[in-house]
Design a protein around this ligand. Structure first.
Ligand code: PLP
Length: 395
């Protein structure tokens, strides 16, 4: 028996592969500094954990509604209405196990084979994986480093066709940490306003930002009808392992996504939803503390990267990733990431893990302790001081 053809079109997330390889090195006694995986290194705030324990004791251990519990959907609608300055209700919300299903399910509901999807490159690898899996056509839109990794708006304009059905935006952005400006989003909205397409706005890092709150394209007139907001609890509340997130979208699409939930997960875990409700309704001090600590690390780590020979790192405005340009080291990205893991004991990702436009960059997650980050910089510096650039890579 062989796998269906579509499985050959399904990609992966390299971070999980690198983690496995780093762990194998550790099993052989090496000390590895983990800067590859994208999850906060903080504990889930204790009042959220307590809410989950209470929910288990109270018997929230059965199936729940496939769209999510009404009180949680109400709280999400209120939160999103307030933070995006729009008016959405519980009928617009579907609760799902993590943010990722809001990439998969709306695409499954909307795309026919041959439809075209515009998406940022470099970008979260699951976008391209899902587009290809569904037989749709991936149309990458470059990010421009000189404009703080903003979208290339001319390329966006030129890439639209009669087959374009979906535009994916991600701000704050993985892997570059860029935040799309209101001006750029107004331009994007003008470009797509009269087109028969939807926008998937991946806002999973919406609360992890260092300047003004990120602007959502859904906040612009006429856009809520065209936009699917992906957000959740994984990053904001350090809840990656709880598997809970949500999508906010027009009610007709929320109903379709709910039907996909009935057919796949049945529902998101009931006690997890009680914890998520406590997260949204409870104190936000832990979130503020976490973001302040990320900011401290960002500043020191980016300064450190900029002092390394051949490295140039723009200061990210959101998320918890640094995405330095390493072209001047003479290494290509894959080679440098590989050698940093094996020879310096620093696990990071090659920019190419985020698409072809990631060549020449590395991604470091600074969701690790300040001390480890400083040690990683020392190790990378020591490696660069003695490493020989391979002839082929140095060109
Ligand atoms: N979108 C982006 C841009 C991400 O970086 C991630 C996780 O790394 C997700 C979505 C998925 O989040 P979750 O773990 O909640 O499924």
């Amino acid at each position: 028996m062989k796998l269906a053809e579509r499985m050959s079109r399904l990609g992966t997330e390299t971070a999980f592969d690198v983690l496995v390889r780093a762990r194998a090195l550790e099993a052989r006694g090496r000390k590895i500094i983990h800067l590859e995986i994208g999850e906060p290194d903080f504990a889930t705030p204790s009042h959220i954990v307590e809410a989950a324990k209470r929910a288990l004791d109270e018997g929230w251990t059965h199936y729940g509604p496939s769209q999510g519990y009404p009180d949680l959907r109400e709280a999400v609608a209120e939160h999103v209405s307030r933070t995006r300055n729009i008016c959405v209700g519980p009928e617009n919300v579907t609760i799902v196990p993590g943010g990722k299903p809001i990439i998969f399910f709306p695409m499954l509901a909307l795309l026919e084979p041959g439809d075209e999807v515009l998406y940022p490159n470099p970008g979260f690898p699951i976008y391209e994986s899902m587009i290809r899996f569904l037989g749709a056509v991936p149309v990458p839109i470059r990010l421009v480093e000189e404009r703080g990794f903003a979208l290339d708006l001319d390329q966006l304009r030129d890439s639209l066709s009669d087959r374009t059905r979906l535009l994916i935006l991600n701000s704050p952005h993985n892997p570059t940490g860029s935040v799309l400006s209101r001006e750029d989003l107004e331009t994007v909205a003008e470009i797509v306003r009269d087109r028969d397409l939807m926008i998937l706005s991946d806002e999973i890092y919406s609360q992890i930002c260092y300047d003004a709150a990120p602007f959502s394209i859904a906040s612009l007139p006429g856009m809520p009808e065209k936009t699917i907001i992906l957000d959740g609890f994984s990053k904001t509340y350090a809840m990656t392992g709880w598997r809970i997130g949500y999508g906010v979208m027009p009610a007709w699409l929320a109903a379709a996504v709910t039907r996909l939930m009935v057919n796949s997960n049945s529902c998101t875990a009931s006690f997890t939803q009680r914890a998520a409700l406590a997260a949204l309704m409870g104190p936000q001090d832990d979130v503020h503390r976490m973001v302040a600590e990320f900011r401290r690390r960002r500043d020191a780590f980016c300064d450190g990267l900029n002092s390394l020979p051949g490295f140039r790192c723009a200061r990210p405005q959101g998320a918890f990733y640094a995405f330095p340009n390493v072209k001047a080291t003479g290494f290509n990205s894959d080679e440098l990431a590989e050698r940093l893991l094996n020879e310096a004991g620093v696990a990071c990702l090659s920019g190419t893990a985020f698409g072809a436009c990631g060549e020449g960059y590395l991604r470091f997650s600074y969701a690790n302790t300040y001390q480890n980050l400083m040690q990683a910089l020392e190790r990378i510096g020591a490696f660069l001081a003695k490493a020989r650039v391979p002839a082929a890579a140095s060109g």
